[in-house]
Design a protein around this ligand. Structure first.
Ligand SMILES: Cc1cc2nc3c(=O)[nH]c(=O)nc-3n(C[C@H](O)[C@H](O)[C@H](O)COP(=O)(O)O)c2cc1C
Length: 330
C-alpha cells in the first residue's frame, strides 16, 4: 500500500487531487459527491464581485427593497457582505464534510478582496484561493503595474485572514518567476498554475466575434510547475488538462504539491477520481515509491540544477527551439 497523503498550502490532503473551482462545487450535494468520490479537497465556485453589483439605472420599482436600502446598495453597501448563500454553504459543508474546503474570490475593486476574504474565513473556510483574473490589454500600463496589482491584493487579504491563501494566476502575466517569487515573499501559501479563459473566435460567415470555452493547457502548466517548484517559497499546484493518473505523476515529478481537475470531471463525473488514484498508485507501486515525498519534484528544474552540472532532464522546461532539438538529426 502506498501513502497518497500530501500537504498543500499548509492543509493536509488525503491525496493530491483537488476539484477546481467550478459548478461542480457550488452546492452542498456537489461537495459531498466530491468527497464520496475520494478527492483530497475542493475549491468552491468563485464568488464574483460583479454578481452583487447593483446597476445604477435599475428603476426603483423593479427592486423589492426600501428606498434607503437601495441607496445603501448603490453606494456599495451590499458588497461589504459576502452573500449569505456562500457563507451558509461553507458553514454547512464544514459540518457535513471532512475534506478541506477552499473558498475562491474574484473582485474588481481592490477594497473588497479583504472584506470577502474575512467573511469566508469566519464562515469556516480552510483556505482561500484568489482568482486574480484579467488580461493586461492596456497599451500604457507597464508590467510592473500589473504585478503590483497582484501583490497589493495578496497583501491586503493576508492582513485580514489567518487561513492559508493561494493565488491563481493566468499565463499572460509577464516575468512569471519574478512575480511568483514576490508573491511567495509576501506570504502567498500556494500558486495555482493556471487559470483558464474563455477564448475568442470569429464567425467568418456572419462576420461576428464569439467566445468559446478554452482548453486547460497541461504542458504550459507542466513547464511552469517544473520551473517554479522548489525555487519559490510556496507550494505550486497544477491546473489544466489533467486526464489520467499518469498526468498527475508528471505534474508531481515536476514538483506540484497538488493538481486541480475540472473538465475531466465534467466529462466523466467526479467518480473518475477512482481511476486517477488507481493510475497514481500503480505507478508508485511499480516505481517502489512508498509516498508522495519520495518522488515529488525529482524532475523539477531546481532538483536537476542541483544534481547535474548540465541541468540533466530540466532543460526541457526552457528549451523552445526545434532547431536545437533536432540538430544533427535527419
Ligand atoms: C465550467 C467551469 C467553470 C469554472 N469556473 C471557475 C471559477 O468560477 N473560478 C475559477 O477560478 N476557475 C474556474 N474554472 C477553472 C477551473 O477551476 C480550473 O482552473 C480549470 O478548469 C482546470 O483545468 P481542466 O478543466 O482542464 O481540468 C472553471 C472551469 C470550468 C470547466
Amino acid at each position: 500500500m502506498v501513502d497518497l497523503k500530501t500537504e498543500y498550502m499548509g492543509l493536509e490532503l488525503r491525496n493530491p487531487i483537488i476539484v477546481g473551482s467550478s459548478g461542480l462545487t457550488k452546492s452542498l450535494s456537489g461537495i459531498k459527491r466530491c468527497e464520496e468520490a475520494g478527492v483530497g479537497a475542493v475549491v468552491l465556485k468563485s464568488i464574483f464581485e460583479e454578481q452583487y453589483q447593483v446597476e445604477q439605472d435599475i428603476p426603483e420599482e423593479d427592486i423589492n427593497v426600501y428606498p434607503e436600502a437601495l441607496d445603501y446598495m448603490r453606494r456599495g453597501g451590499l458588497l461589504e457582505y459576502a452573500p449569505q448563500e456562500l457563507t451558509q454553504l461553507i458553514e454547512k459543508a464544514k459540518k457535513e464534510v471532512n475534506i478541506p474546503i477552499i473558498a475562491s474570490i474574484n473582485c474588481q475593486s481592490n477594497k473588497l478582496w479583504p472584506s470577502f476574504a474575512r467573511q469566508l474565513q469566519d464562515a469556516g473556510a480552510d483556505g482561500l484561493e484568489l482568482n486574480i483574473y484579467f488580461l493586461p490589454i492596456d497599451l500604457d500600463t507597464p508590467s510592473f503595474d500589473y504585478e503590483k496589482y497582484h501583490l497589493d491584493i495578496l497583501e491586503k487579504v493576508k492582513k485580514e485572514v489567518t487561513i492559508p491563501v493561494a493565488v491563481k494566476l493566468t499565463i499572460q502575466v509577464t516575468a512569471l518567476p519574478h512575480l511568483a517569487s514576490r508573491l511567495a515573499d509576501s506570504g502567498c501559501d500556494a500558486l495555482v498554475l493556471f487559470n483558464w479563459f474563455l477564448v475568442p473566435d470569429i464567425d467568418v460567415h456572419n462576420l461576428r466575434t464569439k467566445s468559446r470555452k478554452g482548453i486547460g493547457d497541461f504542458h504550459q502548466s507542466l513547464r511552469w510547475v517544473g520551473l517554479l517548484s522548489g525555487r519559490v517559497g510556496c507550494d505550486v499546484a497544477s491546473s489544466g488538462g489533467i486526464q489520467s493518473g499518469e498526468d498527475i505523476v508528471k505534474q508531481m515529478l515536476a514538483g506540484a504539491s497538488a493538481v486541480q481537475v475540472c473538465t475531466l470531471f465534467y466529462q466523466k463525473g467526479v467518480e473518475e477520481t477512482f481511476h486517477l488514484l488507481e493510475g497514481l498508485e500503480s505507478w508508485m507501486t511499480e516505481q517502489k515509491c512508498p509516498d508522495i515525498a519520495s518522488f515529488r519534484g525529482d524532475l523539477s528544474f531546481k532538483k536537476q540544477e542541483l544534481s547535474f552540472k548540465n541541468l540533466g532532464e530540466a532543460e526541457v522546461y526552457f528549451r523552445s527551439q526545434y532547431l536545437k532539438t533536432y540538430a544533427g538529426k535527419k
